[in-house]
Write a protein that binds this ligand. Sequence first.
Ligand SMILES: Nc1ncnc2c1ncn2[C@@H]1O[C@H](COP(=O)(O)OP(=O)(O)O)[C@@H](O)[C@H]1O
Ligand SMILES: [Mg+2]
Length: 293
Amino acid sequence: MTAHIDIGRGPEGQAIGIDLAELLATRLLVQGNSGSGKSHLLRRLLEECAGQVQQIIIDPEGDFVTLADAFGHVVIDASAYSPREIEELAARVRQHRASVVLALDELEVEAQIRCAALFLTALFDAPREHWYPALVVVDEAQMFAPAAAGEMNDETRRLTLAAMTNLMCRGRKRGLAGIVATQRLAKLAKNVAAEASNFLMGRTFLDIDMQRAADLLGMDRRQAERIRDLQRGQFLGLGPAISRRPVAVHVGPVRTAGRGGGQGLIPLPQAEDGAMEALLTDRLAEAAAAPQP
Ligand SMILES: Nc1ncnc2c1ncn2[C@@H]1O[C@H](COP(=O)(O)OP(=O)(O)O)[C@@H](O)[C@H]1O
Ligand SMILES: [Mg+2]
């Protein structure tokens, strides 16, 4: 199987692609500050190879559910199922090679993490006859494989780290190719980051993250400044599925929209003197006395 995923353009306008077969074997790590264009990049990648390979998306923000309309992914609303049902769903996803979006946005953070961990573990534990190739995309991966202990309870942490480590370290034999995106390399568990052979590094401000990114890309300190100068939507790519030398890519457009929206400036409403106060306090006591939904 040879299939090229066109992700965007290089500095000379040349097409930059990712080799799908190689990607399945060698995994991908995406890093960039919030707003650098990671989710857009993941969406571009998924759109360009939809229908060619099974896609499983762990989606903490419910961003990717719009893939369903255009490409037929099944959306799994994580809040609608019990833990056992989530595991059973994962087993069936493997069996039937379904492309799915696990939408976690209706759950609280710790429940999101537990649910994703159960789901990933069940994907990993599928019986041998269901070890078909699949891309497993985890956005905001620092949530699921945190470098530091943080707030979550110990058992959840153990569960999620094991699930993410299995995905990235031992998933390949079972057909699972991890693609993880993180805002900050320093916040992502080292062993999870270390198992990716392909990198796409976007705009990064903090020196500690820039240094790690440069190390992964095999750049010296001076070259690492390139990472600071990247614009939104620009990434430096390296790895067997992308390029042997660091290559700059401007990620191309996407066909489906995220659910972000509302990020530009929106004109403020014009209200007469006192009208806004009236809007805020109108029948306030009555509303406050009503039972909470
Ligand atoms: N390559 C690109 N071309 C056009 N718009 C982009 C590109 N990359 C990102 N954007 C836009 O920039 C904003 C932030 O991108 P997003 O992917 O959500 O960032 P991140 O996931 O890194 O926080 C979004 O509104 C997105 O549509
Ligand atoms: Mg994002």
